[in-house]
Design a protein around this ligand. Structure first.
Ligand code: NAD
Ligand code: UD1
Length: 342
Protein backbone atom coordinates (compact mmCIF):
# COMPACT_ATOMS: atom_id res chain seq x y z
CA UNK A 1 0.00 0.00 0.00
CA UNK A 2 1.05 3.55 -0.68
CA UNK A 3 1.25 5.27 2.67
CA UNK A 4 3.05 7.94 4.64
CA UNK A 5 6.44 6.37 5.29
CA UNK A 6 7.39 3.93 2.61
CA UNK A 7 10.16 1.62 1.50
CA UNK A 8 11.30 2.97 -1.84
CA UNK A 9 13.53 1.68 -4.61
CA UNK A 10 15.39 4.55 -6.29
CA UNK A 11 17.02 3.52 -9.57
CA UNK A 12 19.87 5.82 -10.61
CA UNK A 13 19.89 7.20 -7.07
CA UNK A 14 23.65 7.86 -7.11
CA UNK A 15 23.27 10.28 -10.03
CA UNK A 16 22.80 14.04 -10.05
CA UNK A 17 19.03 14.34 -9.61
CA UNK A 18 18.71 10.97 -7.86
CA UNK A 19 21.15 11.86 -5.07
CA UNK A 20 19.34 15.12 -4.29
CA UNK A 21 16.02 13.28 -4.34
CA UNK A 22 17.24 10.54 -1.99
CA UNK A 23 18.07 13.24 0.56
CA UNK A 24 14.56 14.71 0.31
CA UNK A 25 12.95 11.25 0.47
CA UNK A 26 14.93 10.38 3.60
CA UNK A 27 13.99 13.78 5.04
CA UNK A 28 10.32 12.94 4.41
CA UNK A 29 10.71 9.73 6.44
CA UNK A 30 11.03 7.16 3.64
CA UNK A 31 13.45 4.21 3.62
CA UNK A 32 15.54 4.12 0.47
CA UNK A 33 17.40 1.42 -1.41
CA UNK A 34 19.34 2.61 -4.44
CA UNK A 35 19.99 0.50 -7.53
CA UNK A 36 22.69 2.06 -9.69
CA UNK A 37 25.24 0.54 -12.08
CA UNK A 38 27.57 3.53 -11.44
CA UNK A 39 27.95 4.07 -15.21
CA UNK A 40 27.68 7.81 -14.56
CA UNK A 41 28.20 8.15 -10.80
CA UNK A 42 30.50 7.36 -7.89
CA UNK A 43 30.07 5.50 -4.59
CA UNK A 44 31.37 8.54 -2.67
CA UNK A 45 27.94 10.07 -3.37
CA UNK A 46 26.46 7.63 -0.86
CA UNK A 47 28.88 8.90 1.82
CA UNK A 48 27.82 12.46 1.08
CA UNK A 49 24.12 11.57 1.18
CA UNK A 50 24.61 9.99 4.63
CA UNK A 51 26.61 12.99 5.82
CA UNK A 52 23.84 15.40 4.77
CA UNK A 53 20.80 13.33 5.73
CA UNK A 54 22.16 11.46 8.75
CA UNK A 55 20.99 8.17 7.21
CA UNK A 56 22.93 5.84 4.93
CA UNK A 57 20.76 4.51 2.11
CA UNK A 58 21.48 0.96 0.94
CA UNK A 59 23.29 0.88 -2.41
CA UNK A 60 22.93 -2.14 -4.68
CA UNK A 61 25.40 -1.86 -7.55
CA UNK A 62 23.86 -3.31 -10.69
CA UNK A 63 21.80 -2.77 -13.78
CA UNK A 64 18.03 -2.24 -14.02
CA UNK A 65 18.08 -4.74 -16.92
CA UNK A 66 19.56 -7.53 -14.77
CA UNK A 67 16.34 -9.43 -14.00
CA UNK A 68 17.95 -11.85 -11.54
CA UNK A 69 19.57 -9.08 -9.52
CA UNK A 70 16.39 -6.98 -9.51
CA UNK A 71 14.36 -10.01 -8.39
CA UNK A 72 16.65 -10.64 -5.45
CA UNK A 73 16.68 -6.93 -4.52
CA UNK A 74 12.86 -6.80 -4.59
CA UNK A 75 12.60 -9.97 -2.49
CA UNK A 76 15.12 -8.74 0.05
CA UNK A 77 13.93 -5.13 0.41
CA UNK A 78 10.21 -5.33 -0.58
CA UNK A 79 9.88 -1.73 -1.75
CA UNK A 80 6.33 -0.38 -2.01
CA UNK A 81 7.10 2.10 -4.78
CA UNK A 82 9.87 3.07 -7.20
CA UNK A 83 11.45 6.33 -8.30
CA UNK A 84 13.06 5.55 -11.65
CA UNK A 85 15.97 7.85 -12.62
CA UNK A 86 18.33 5.28 -14.18
CA UNK A 87 19.03 6.16 -17.77
CA UNK A 88 21.55 7.59 -20.19
CA UNK A 89 20.95 11.25 -20.96
CA UNK A 90 23.41 12.76 -23.46
CA UNK A 91 21.58 13.88 -26.60
CA UNK A 92 24.64 13.88 -28.93
CA UNK A 93 25.75 10.47 -27.68
CA UNK A 94 22.25 9.11 -28.31
CA UNK A 95 22.47 10.20 -31.95
CA UNK A 96 25.83 8.41 -32.30
CA UNK A 97 24.81 5.29 -30.31
CA UNK A 98 21.04 4.84 -30.62
CA UNK A 99 21.02 1.11 -29.85
CA UNK A 100 22.85 1.68 -26.59
CA UNK A 101 20.22 4.28 -25.62
CA UNK A 102 17.23 2.13 -26.60
CA UNK A 103 18.76 -0.91 -24.84
CA UNK A 104 19.65 0.90 -21.64
CA UNK A 105 16.65 3.21 -21.30
CA UNK A 106 13.74 1.43 -23.02
CA UNK A 107 14.67 -2.26 -22.74
CA UNK A 108 16.03 -1.63 -19.22
CA UNK A 109 12.74 -0.05 -18.17
CA UNK A 110 10.68 -2.89 -19.69
CA UNK A 111 12.74 -5.44 -17.77
CA UNK A 112 12.36 -3.43 -14.56
CA UNK A 113 8.57 -3.18 -15.05
CA UNK A 114 8.31 -6.96 -15.62
CA UNK A 115 10.09 -7.62 -12.33
CA UNK A 116 7.96 -5.04 -10.48
CA UNK A 117 4.79 -6.62 -11.87
CA UNK A 118 5.96 -10.06 -10.73
CA UNK A 119 6.49 -8.67 -7.22
CA UNK A 120 3.15 -6.77 -7.12
CA UNK A 121 4.86 -3.38 -6.99
CA UNK A 122 2.87 -1.04 -9.20
CA UNK A 123 3.66 2.52 -8.14
CA UNK A 124 6.43 4.28 -10.07
CA UNK A 125 7.62 7.85 -10.60
CA UNK A 126 9.49 8.23 -13.90
CA UNK A 127 12.11 10.83 -14.88
CA UNK A 128 10.75 12.22 -18.10
CA UNK A 129 11.83 15.44 -19.74
CA UNK A 130 10.54 18.56 -21.44
CA UNK A 131 12.33 17.11 -24.46
CA UNK A 132 9.09 15.10 -25.05
CA UNK A 133 7.53 18.36 -26.30
CA UNK A 134 9.88 18.39 -29.31
CA UNK A 135 9.77 21.90 -30.72
CA UNK A 136 6.89 23.41 -28.74
CA UNK A 137 4.15 25.06 -30.80
CA UNK A 138 3.06 27.44 -28.06
CA UNK A 139 4.34 28.77 -24.75
CA UNK A 140 4.08 28.25 -21.85
CA UNK A 141 4.03 24.46 -22.31
CA UNK A 142 1.15 22.57 -20.72
CA UNK A 143 0.96 18.80 -20.22
CA UNK A 144 -1.57 18.34 -23.03
CA UNK A 145 0.85 19.62 -25.71
CA UNK A 146 1.78 17.02 -28.36
CA UNK A 147 4.49 14.56 -27.34
CA UNK A 148 7.17 13.78 -29.91
CA UNK A 149 10.92 13.84 -30.10
CA UNK A 150 13.76 15.16 -32.19
CA UNK A 151 16.54 12.76 -31.16
CA UNK A 152 16.99 9.16 -29.90
CA UNK A 153 17.37 10.26 -26.26
CA UNK A 154 14.06 12.11 -26.43
CA UNK A 155 12.50 9.17 -28.24
CA UNK A 156 13.42 6.87 -25.33
CA UNK A 157 11.48 9.19 -22.99
CA UNK A 158 8.48 9.27 -25.36
CA UNK A 159 8.49 5.48 -25.75
CA UNK A 160 8.77 4.84 -22.01
CA UNK A 161 5.88 7.23 -21.35
CA UNK A 162 3.78 5.30 -23.90
CA UNK A 163 4.71 1.97 -22.28
CA UNK A 164 3.66 3.29 -18.85
CA UNK A 165 0.44 4.70 -20.20
CA UNK A 166 -0.43 1.43 -22.03
CA UNK A 167 0.31 -0.57 -18.87
CA UNK A 168 -1.95 1.70 -16.83
CA UNK A 169 -4.77 1.03 -19.31
CA UNK A 170 -4.17 -2.73 -19.13
CA UNK A 171 -4.46 -2.96 -15.33
CA UNK A 172 -5.80 -0.24 -13.05
CA UNK A 173 -3.56 -1.25 -10.18
CA UNK A 174 -0.65 0.63 -11.83
CA UNK A 175 0.07 4.15 -10.61
CA UNK A 176 2.49 6.18 -12.72
CA UNK A 177 3.82 9.72 -12.54
CA UNK A 178 5.86 10.93 -15.52
CA UNK A 179 7.65 14.02 -14.28
CA UNK A 180 8.70 16.13 -17.24
CA UNK A 181 11.69 18.10 -15.99
CA UNK A 182 12.54 21.42 -17.57
CA UNK A 183 16.22 22.42 -17.07
CA UNK A 184 17.57 21.09 -13.75
CA UNK A 185 20.55 23.08 -12.42
CA UNK A 186 21.99 24.04 -9.03
CA UNK A 187 23.24 21.82 -6.26
CA UNK A 188 22.57 20.98 -2.64
CA UNK A 189 23.14 24.16 -0.53
CA UNK A 190 25.72 22.24 1.54
CA UNK A 191 28.05 22.22 -1.48
CA UNK A 192 28.65 18.49 -0.90
CA UNK A 193 26.71 17.03 -3.85
CA UNK A 194 26.10 18.42 -7.33
CA UNK A 195 26.34 17.77 -11.04
CA UNK A 196 29.55 16.06 -12.14
CA UNK A 197 29.65 15.53 -15.91
CA UNK A 198 32.27 12.99 -17.02
CA UNK A 199 33.61 15.05 -19.96
CA UNK A 200 33.26 18.56 -21.34
CA UNK A 201 29.72 19.48 -20.32
CA UNK A 202 26.97 19.63 -22.96
CA UNK A 203 24.65 21.72 -20.82
CA UNK A 204 24.93 25.39 -20.06
CA UNK A 205 25.17 25.61 -16.25
CA UNK A 206 27.93 22.98 -15.81
CA UNK A 207 29.78 24.65 -18.68
CA UNK A 208 29.55 28.02 -16.88
CA UNK A 209 30.85 26.53 -13.62
CA UNK A 210 33.79 24.90 -15.44
CA UNK A 211 34.67 28.27 -16.97
CA UNK A 212 34.33 29.88 -13.54
CA UNK A 213 36.71 27.36 -12.00
CA UNK A 214 39.21 27.88 -14.83
CA UNK A 215 38.93 24.42 -16.41
CA UNK A 216 37.49 25.88 -19.63
CA UNK A 217 38.28 29.22 -21.33
CA UNK A 218 34.94 30.70 -22.21
CA UNK A 219 31.29 29.87 -22.67
CA UNK A 220 30.16 29.44 -26.28
CA UNK A 221 26.77 31.12 -26.52
CA UNK A 222 24.92 29.10 -29.16
CA UNK A 223 23.26 31.83 -31.22
CA UNK A 224 22.07 35.36 -30.51
CA UNK A 225 19.58 35.61 -33.37
CA UNK A 226 16.62 33.73 -31.86
CA UNK A 227 13.24 35.38 -31.60
CA UNK A 228 13.73 36.07 -27.87
CA UNK A 229 14.23 39.38 -25.98
CA UNK A 230 18.05 39.32 -26.22
CA UNK A 231 18.33 36.83 -29.11
CA UNK A 232 19.76 33.99 -26.98
CA UNK A 233 17.91 30.78 -26.05
CA UNK A 234 15.38 30.94 -23.23
CA UNK A 235 14.90 28.02 -20.82
CA UNK A 236 13.04 27.25 -17.60
CA UNK A 237 15.86 26.49 -15.16
CA UNK A 238 14.78 24.67 -12.01
CA UNK A 239 16.80 24.19 -8.84
CA UNK A 240 17.60 20.49 -8.36
CA UNK A 241 16.42 20.60 -4.72
CA UNK A 242 13.01 21.91 -5.84
CA UNK A 243 12.93 19.18 -8.47
CA UNK A 244 13.83 16.59 -5.82
CA UNK A 245 10.93 17.78 -3.65
CA UNK A 246 8.64 17.37 -6.65
CA UNK A 247 9.33 13.62 -6.47
CA UNK A 248 8.36 13.47 -2.81
CA UNK A 249 5.12 15.25 -3.74
CA UNK A 250 4.50 12.89 -6.69
CA UNK A 251 4.91 9.79 -4.49
CA UNK A 252 2.33 11.28 -2.12
CA UNK A 253 -0.01 12.18 -4.97
CA UNK A 254 0.03 8.63 -6.35
CA UNK A 255 -1.34 7.49 -2.98
CA UNK A 256 -4.83 8.45 -4.09
CA UNK A 257 -4.53 8.18 -7.89
CA UNK A 258 -4.26 5.21 -10.16
CA UNK A 259 -3.41 5.39 -13.86
CA UNK A 260 -0.82 7.37 -15.78
CA UNK A 261 -0.24 11.06 -14.98
CA UNK A 262 2.18 13.55 -16.49
CA UNK A 263 3.34 16.64 -14.61
CA UNK A 264 5.69 19.37 -15.80
CA UNK A 265 8.27 20.38 -13.21
CA UNK A 266 9.65 23.85 -13.83
CA UNK A 267 9.33 27.35 -12.41
CA UNK A 268 7.37 28.92 -15.26
CA UNK A 269 10.08 31.57 -15.59
CA UNK A 270 12.12 31.80 -18.78
CA UNK A 271 15.79 32.88 -18.52
CA UNK A 272 18.06 33.57 -21.49
CA UNK A 273 21.64 32.34 -21.87
CA UNK A 274 23.00 35.85 -21.33
CA UNK A 275 20.75 36.43 -18.32
CA UNK A 276 22.03 33.22 -16.74
CA UNK A 277 25.67 34.16 -17.38
CA UNK A 278 25.12 37.67 -16.00
CA UNK A 279 23.30 36.44 -12.89
CA UNK A 280 26.07 33.92 -12.25
CA UNK A 281 28.67 36.67 -12.56
CA UNK A 282 26.93 39.08 -10.24
CA UNK A 283 25.89 36.73 -7.43
CA UNK A 284 29.24 34.93 -7.35
CA UNK A 285 31.50 37.83 -8.29
CA UNK A 286 33.42 35.77 -10.84
CA UNK A 287 34.13 36.63 -14.45
CA UNK A 288 32.58 34.43 -17.13
CA UNK A 289 34.13 35.18 -20.53
CA UNK A 290 31.86 34.21 -23.40
CA UNK A 291 31.71 34.27 -27.16
CA UNK A 292 28.71 34.23 -29.49
CA UNK A 293 28.86 31.22 -31.85
CA UNK A 294 26.39 29.76 -34.36
CA UNK A 295 23.23 28.04 -33.13
CA UNK A 296 23.49 24.43 -31.94
CA UNK A 297 21.53 22.17 -34.29
CA UNK A 298 18.32 20.88 -32.70
CA UNK A 299 17.94 23.76 -30.20
CA UNK A 300 14.64 25.58 -29.87
CA UNK A 301 14.37 29.31 -29.18
CA UNK A 302 12.39 29.11 -25.96
CA UNK A 303 10.96 26.54 -23.58
CA UNK A 304 9.18 27.14 -20.29
CA UNK A 305 6.34 25.50 -18.47
CA UNK A 306 2.99 26.49 -17.15
CA UNK A 307 3.50 25.10 -13.60
CA UNK A 308 -0.24 25.20 -12.72
CA UNK A 309 -1.01 21.47 -12.99
CA UNK A 310 1.84 20.43 -10.67
CA UNK A 311 0.86 23.14 -8.22
CA UNK A 312 -2.78 22.07 -8.24
CA UNK A 313 -2.32 18.27 -8.14
CA UNK A 314 0.93 17.90 -6.25
CA UNK A 315 0.70 20.94 -4.00
CA UNK A 316 4.24 21.63 -5.18
CA UNK A 317 5.85 24.84 -6.36
CA UNK A 318 9.50 25.68 -7.01
CA UNK A 319 10.92 27.93 -4.27
CA UNK A 320 14.39 28.84 -5.55
CA UNK A 321 15.18 31.56 -8.08
CA UNK A 322 17.93 31.72 -10.68
CA UNK A 323 20.25 33.57 -8.25
CA UNK A 324 20.01 30.62 -5.81
CA UNK A 325 20.68 28.18 -8.65
CA UNK A 326 23.83 30.12 -9.62
CA UNK A 327 24.98 30.47 -6.01
CA UNK A 328 24.58 26.79 -5.21
CA UNK A 329 26.07 25.54 -8.50
CA UNK A 330 29.15 27.65 -7.79
CA UNK A 331 29.40 26.55 -4.17
CA UNK A 332 29.45 22.90 -5.32
CA UNK A 333 31.92 23.48 -8.19
CA UNK A 334 34.29 25.79 -6.32
CA UNK A 335 34.54 23.38 -3.37
CA UNK A 336 34.82 20.35 -5.67
CA UNK A 337 36.71 21.67 -8.71
CA UNK A 338 37.15 18.17 -10.14
CA UNK A 339 33.76 16.91 -8.97
CA UNK A 340 33.74 13.58 -7.13
CA UNK A 341 37.19 12.69 -8.54
CA UNK A 342 38.88 15.29 -6.36
P1 NAD B 1 22.81 10.99 -14.03
O1 NAD B 1 23.54 10.36 -15.17
O2 NAD B 1 23.56 11.84 -13.09
O3 NAD B 1 22.03 9.86 -13.21
C1 NAD B 1 21.56 8.68 -13.79
C2 NAD B 1 22.05 7.53 -12.92
O4 NAD B 1 21.55 6.30 -13.47
C3 NAD B 1 23.57 7.41 -12.88
O5 NAD B 1 23.99 7.31 -11.54
C4 NAD B 1 23.88 6.15 -13.68
O6 NAD B 1 25.02 5.49 -13.18
C5 NAD B 1 22.60 5.35 -13.48
N1 NAD B 1 22.26 4.42 -14.57
C6 NAD B 1 22.21 4.65 -15.89
N2 NAD B 1 21.82 3.55 -16.55
C7 NAD B 1 21.60 2.59 -15.61
C8 NAD B 1 21.17 1.23 -15.67
N3 NAD B 1 20.91 0.63 -16.83
N4 NAD B 1 21.05 0.55 -14.51
C9 NAD B 1 21.34 1.14 -13.32
N5 NAD B 1 21.76 2.41 -13.20
C10 NAD B 1 21.88 3.13 -14.35
O7 NAD B 1 21.59 11.80 -14.68
P2 NAD B 1 20.58 12.83 -14.00
O8 NAD B 1 20.85 14.18 -14.56
O9 NAD B 1 20.54 12.64 -12.56
O10 NAD B 1 19.24 12.33 -14.67
C11 NAD B 1 18.39 11.38 -14.04
C12 NAD B 1 17.22 11.08 -14.94
O11 NAD B 1 16.54 12.29 -15.25
C13 NAD B 1 17.62 10.47 -16.29
O12 NAD B 1 16.65 9.50 -16.64
C14 NAD B 1 17.56 11.63 -17.23
O13 NAD B 1 17.27 11.23 -18.56
C15 NAD B 1 16.40 12.44 -16.65
N6 NAD B 1 16.46 13.87 -17.00
C16 NAD B 1 17.59 14.58 -16.70
C17 NAD B 1 17.65 15.93 -17.04
C18 NAD B 1 18.88 16.74 -16.73
O14 NAD B 1 19.00 17.84 -17.23
N7 NAD B 1 19.81 16.29 -15.90
C19 NAD B 1 16.56 16.53 -17.68
C20 NAD B 1 15.43 15.77 -17.96
C21 NAD B 1 15.39 14.43 -17.61
C1 UD1 C 1 19.38 19.79 -23.32
C2 UD1 C 1 18.90 18.73 -24.28
C3 UD1 C 1 17.60 18.15 -23.76
C4 UD1 C 1 17.83 17.58 -22.36
C5 UD1 C 1 18.38 18.69 -21.47
C6 UD1 C 1 18.72 18.20 -20.11
C7 UD1 C 1 19.74 19.32 -26.50
C8 UD1 C 1 19.39 19.81 -27.86
N1 UD1 C 1 18.73 19.30 -25.60
O1 UD1 C 1 18.38 20.78 -23.19
O2 UD1 C 1 17.16 17.11 -24.61
O3 UD1 C 1 16.61 17.10 -21.82
O4 UD1 C 1 19.57 19.24 -22.06
O5 UD1 C 1 19.81 17.35 -20.13
O6 UD1 C 1 20.87 18.94 -26.23
N2 UD1 C 1 23.83 26.74 -24.52
C9 UD1 C 1 24.86 27.57 -24.88
N3 UD1 C 1 26.14 27.14 -24.70
C10 UD1 C 1 26.43 25.91 -24.17
C11 UD1 C 1 25.36 25.06 -23.79
C12 UD1 C 1 24.07 25.50 -23.99
O7 UD1 C 1 24.63 28.67 -25.36
O8 UD1 C 1 27.62 25.56 -24.04
C13 UD1 C 1 22.43 27.23 -24.64
C14 UD1 C 1 21.52 26.36 -25.49
O9 UD1 C 1 21.52 26.79 -26.82
C15 UD1 C 1 20.16 26.60 -24.80
C16 UD1 C 1 20.53 26.84 -23.33
O10 UD1 C 1 21.90 27.22 -23.34
O11 UD1 C 1 19.57 27.78 -25.29
C17 UD1 C 1 20.36 25.61 -22.46
O12 UD1 C 1 21.07 24.52 -23.04
P1 UD1 C 1 21.27 23.13 -22.26
O13 UD1 C 1 21.73 23.38 -20.90
O14 UD1 C 1 22.12 22.25 -23.13
O15 UD1 C 1 19.80 22.54 -22.17
P2 UD1 C 1 18.72 22.29 -23.35
O16 UD1 C 1 19.30 22.48 -24.69
O17 UD1 C 1 17.50 23.05 -23.00
Amino acid sequence: MVGDHMRLLVTGGAGYIGSHTVIELIGAGHDVVILDNLSNSHTVVIDRISEISGTRPTLVVGDIGDAELVDSLLSEHSPEAVVHFAGLKAVGESVAQPLRYYRNNVAGTISLLERLDAHDIRTLVFSSSATVYGEPESLPITEDAPVWSVNPYGETKVQIEHILSDLAVSDDRWRFAALRYFNPVGAHPSGRIGEDPPDIPNNLMPYITQVAVGALDRVMVFGDDYDTPDGTGVRDYIHVVDLARGHVAAIDALGDRSGFHAWNLGTGVGTSVLELINTFRSVNEVDIPYEITPRRPGDTAASYTDPAKAERDLGWKAQHDVADMCRHSWRWQSRNPTGYRG
